[in-house]
Design a protein around this ligand. Structure first.
Ligand code: NAD
Length: 414
């Protein structure tokens, strides 16, 4: 079984358990376990050398009972059907947890954007939108950026959809640049959302963020912003890691310098002679551990070494079910991915609302509204977990799936 299938299976298992806890039967699980619609498209693209290459793309629309589906588009050689389906289900959970009027969606194209010119990427982006245009839109399915897609790609997609529909369809897609209807605060939203859940968790665990020790796996978009925000709040970032190496300083790393170096060089750990093997990040003494890189990183092999009291899953699927069991038994508080990384889709929702209103909010207002959503989501899930003696992940699934299941039942779908 592949890693992707493992992720799908474990997502389905927890969803089934959550539905049973809510009193729904297997009929509801049959409805929810797969996307209601799954598109596979073939996109021919004229390459710069004059040849035509045909790319395969997918779009999963998990469930639209509570509103349009919403979720990113990934450009990556490893994109595959099972993963796109699972990610669309996770988006339903994230939207349910933060009480957004959306179901989950996800898209992907099998391609290697690092090997393609800007012109080729533009033609691919436009071709993909043309292929799915009848099935997406501001009222039905709203895409966003994901791995290796960015505001420029969102702009081409918005422009293509607008041409097809002969109007400026800003609300068709989120993660756009500010000049094209993007929202203030969108680029830091995932990180800020994760930090807000960490703040709430530290209150429950009687840990003072000021002076707390934090280790972060991954120093990319999510990880570097999380490091910066926590550092500015007075936390000590004692370790960070990237694809090859890690940095460790029990007295705290110079985060501002690391962020500067990242802007200049892309990566930072290779610039230091005293870097350590990346695997050692999980062994360092710390209060808070933030996996912000890949899935399946915390496993039964390394869970015993972890010293943190709180784990905030900024990455999607970083902890295996076995590791979750081991850590929960030890009393470690795991803030599950569907909660800790829900800040991005929350501010995407704000972007869509602003596009529909034609009225744009200052960054302080966006951040305040994000805080309200994340604080409420964290505390509802924490209290549910305590009251019903569940781990935080199951409690997050219970909250995340509740509205979609209820709305599906009212509609007579199951
Ligand atoms: P990114 O590509 O910007 O950064 C990934 C980072 O992980 C890089 O610093 C890379 O060096 C590091 N990395 C890769 N392999 C590693 C390894 N084996 N050990 C240690 N570090 C490693 O990606 P990102 O946008 O920061 O996303 C990170 C995670 O957060 C992903 O799981 C993503 O799905 C999730 N996420 C991101 C967002 C967002 O808005 N950026 C939203 C929701 C979830």
């Amino acid at each position: 079984m592949t890693e992707h299938n493992d992720l799908v299976t474990s997502t389905q298992e927890i969803t089934k358990e959550a539905l049973h806890k809510l009193g729904f039967d297997d009929g509801m699980y049959e409805l929810i376990k797969e996307p209601l619609r799954f598109l596979e498209v073939r996109v021919p693209v004229r390459m710069d050398d004059g040849t035509v290459k045909t790319f395969t793309g997918y779009r999963a629309q998990h469930n639209h009972a509570v509103g349009p589906t919403k979720g990113g588009i990934r450009f990556h050689p490893d994109v595959n059907k099972e993963e796109v389906k699972a990610l669309s289900m996770w988006m339903t959970l994230k939207c349910g947890i933060t009480n957004l009027p959306f179901g989950g969606g996800k898209g992907g194209i099998i391609c290697d954007p690092r090997q393609m010119s800007n012109q080729e990427l533009e033609r691919l982006s436009r071709g993909y939108v043309k292929a799915i245009s009848q099935f997406v839109g501001p009222e039905s399915d709203i895409p966003a950026p994901d791995v290796y897609t960015n505001p420029q790609i969102m702009s081409w997609m918005m422009d293509e959809y607008s041409k097809i529909n002969r109007s400026n369809a800003f609300a068709f897609i989120t993660g756009k640049p500010l000049s094209l209807g993007g929202s203030q605060g969108r680029n830091r939203a995932t990180a800020l959302g994760a930090v807000i859940t960490i703040e709430e968790a530290t209150k429950r665990k009687n840990i003072d963020i000021k002076g707390s020790r934090v280790a972060i796996q991954g120093f990319g978009n999510a990880g570097s912003f999380i490091a910066k925000i926590l550092h500015d709040m007075g936390a000590k970032i004692v370790a960070i890691s990237e694809s090859f190496r890690a940095l460790h300083n029990p007295n705290g790393l110079d985060v501002d310098r690391l962020v500067e170096l990242k802007e200049q060089h892309g990566r930072v750990t290779q610039l230091f002679d005293d870097s350590i093997p990346k695997e050692q990040l999980f062994e360092v003494d710390c209060d808070i551990l933030v996996p912000a890189a890949l899935s399946n990183q915390i496993t039964e092999d390394n869970a015993h070494q972890i010293k943190a009291k709180i784990i905030a899953e900024a990455a999607n699927g970083p902890t295996t079910p076995e590791a979750t069991r081991i850590l929960t038994e030890r009393g470690v508080l795991i803030i599950p991915d569907v909660l800790a990384s829900a800040g991005g889709v929350t501010v995407s929702y704000f972007e869509w609302v602003q596009n529909n209103q034609g009225y744009y909010w200052p960054e302080a207002e966006v951040n305040m509204k994000l805080r309200e959503k994340m604080v409420e989501a964290f505390n509802t899930i924490y209290d549910l977990a305590e009251d019903r003696k569940m781990d935080m992940r199951l409690a997050a699934y219970v909250l995340g799936i509740k509205r979609t299941a209820e709305a599906s039942r009212f509609r007579g779908w199951a």
